[in-house]
Design a protein around this ligand. Structure first.
Ligand code: NAP
Length: 348
């Protein structure tokens, strides 16, 4: 009885398939689904779910989420908390507080229009702002950890609203505590970024340099970098509305030097980039392509011809199909190069 009363007061829907909530368009049902447009709504939803003995999952745009066929037996909350305000200006920089439900790319567009640098290379990344710190989104030489000052969050363990500093977030390459040791504990309600009033300076990543060269652009404005990234990404990544996908399905891999050297002995043309003393980054797209998998259709999943990091759900009917395709790709790459590539989207 209590359950039904709460469901109707809080506008909670039932049994919504994750194929409608994720851009990969796969996955079983969400038992309950609600939207939070304020911090208080989010906290109330959490507390009521706890009273009813339900687990909680926070989602944004569903662009980096894979759900198994059994779905989620609990309450799914779509984070729609808005907000964009300058909270400090020291002359050289502005500190901006952004609601976790704000569309990330609109935030980038706005910061570029304001002449603020720090996230312009993170243009055209799908999803909401609150999801950005979770995997420490990064592209073309920038990552959100470079500009993030703190996040505000609801701590479901202590039932309090907290501020987590940059150090607390435990950032590393495409990783943070939010997808590691503290997964499922915090619901991010706002992020705070410090952006600088300056223009981007070369050197840029090769793809951006090439774009500038082709268009004879020598005035490296924030808008020029944003346009370059949007063009590069649009050409490489399929539109999820037409071709269901989760963006890069595999992470670019970081390996030990000796592992990279072993591959380089056989494939001297393999691209690799120095990380720290003992580690190198290898483009996973190159590994998949060199294993002759680009363009293949495995269990209804197409390995995208424009970018082998992307899997398109062409005719898969279940998570099981996706998992079979993923495992086949991982084992083919492992057999050929003796390194293990990893899935990037979070999975529940
Ligand atoms: P890409 O630009 O060829 O990058 C492939 C890999 O090579 C990446 O790991 C990238 O490092 C590295 N790389 C390329 N040029 C580099 C340079 N000048 N210095 C250091 N490292 C360099 O193709 P891609 O895989 O499509 O990636 C494009 C961009 O999107 C990359 O920056 C990539 O990290 C980013 N991306 C981000 C996510 C995410 O946030 N979850 C997912 C997929 C791709 P970096 O990764 O350090 O940039």
């Amino acid at each position: 009885m209590l359950q039904f009363a709460i469901l109707s007061i809080m506008n909670i829907k039932t049994n919504i398939p994750f194929s409608e909530l994720t851009t990969m368009k796969l996955g079983g049902p969400a038992k309950f689904l609600a939207e939070a447009t304020t911090v208080q709504e989010l906290v109330d939803l959490y507390r009521n779910a706890k009273r009813l003995g339900q687990r909680v999952l926070i989602i944004g745009g569903g662009s980096n989420l894979i759900v198994k066929d059994k779905g989620f037996d609990g309450l799914v909350i779509k984070n729609r908390i808005p907000g964009f305000s300058v909270i400090e200006d020291d002359g050289a920089s502005q500190t901006i507080k952004i609601g976790a439900g704000e569309d990330w790319d609109s935030v980038v567009a706005r910061s570029v229009d304001m002449g603020l640098s720090g996230i312009e290379a993170l243009s055209a990344i799908p999803g909401v702002s609150g999801a950005a710190p979770i995997q420490n989104i990064g592209a073309y030489g920038q990552e959100i950890a470079d500009t993030l000052v703190y996040v505000e969050a609801y701590d479901s363990q202590t039932d309090t609203l907290v501020k987590l500093s940059w150090e607390d977030c435990g950032f590393s390459y495409r990783h943070s505590i939010f997808r590691g040791s503290a997964q499922g504990r915090f619901a991010i309600t706002a992020i705070v970024l410090k952006l600088y009033k300056k223009s981007p300076t070369p050197p840029f990543y090769a793809a951006i340099e090439k774009y500038f060269e082709e268009l004879a652009i020598t005035d490296y404005t924030l808008a020029a970098v944003r346009n370059a990234v949007i063009t590069i990404r649009t050409n490489k990544l399929p539109d999820p509305v037409q071709h269901p996908n989760s963006g890069s399905f595999f992470k670019n891999i970081v390996v030990e030097k000796w592992q990279a050297n072993a591959i380089l002995e056989k494939y001297p043309d393999m691209p690799s980039y120095k990380m720290d003393g003992d580690h190198l980054k290898i483009p996973t797209g190159w590994l998949i392509e060199t294993a002759d998998l680009k363009g293949e259709l495995l269990h209804g999943m197409r390995i995208h011809t424009g970018n082998a990091l992307v899997l398109i759900n062409e005719s898969a009917t279940s998570y099981a199909d996706l998992a079979a395709a993923r495992d086949e790709i991982i084992s083919t790459v492992r057999d050929k190069f003796q390194v293990t590539i990893e899935q990037e989207p979070l999975e529940i």
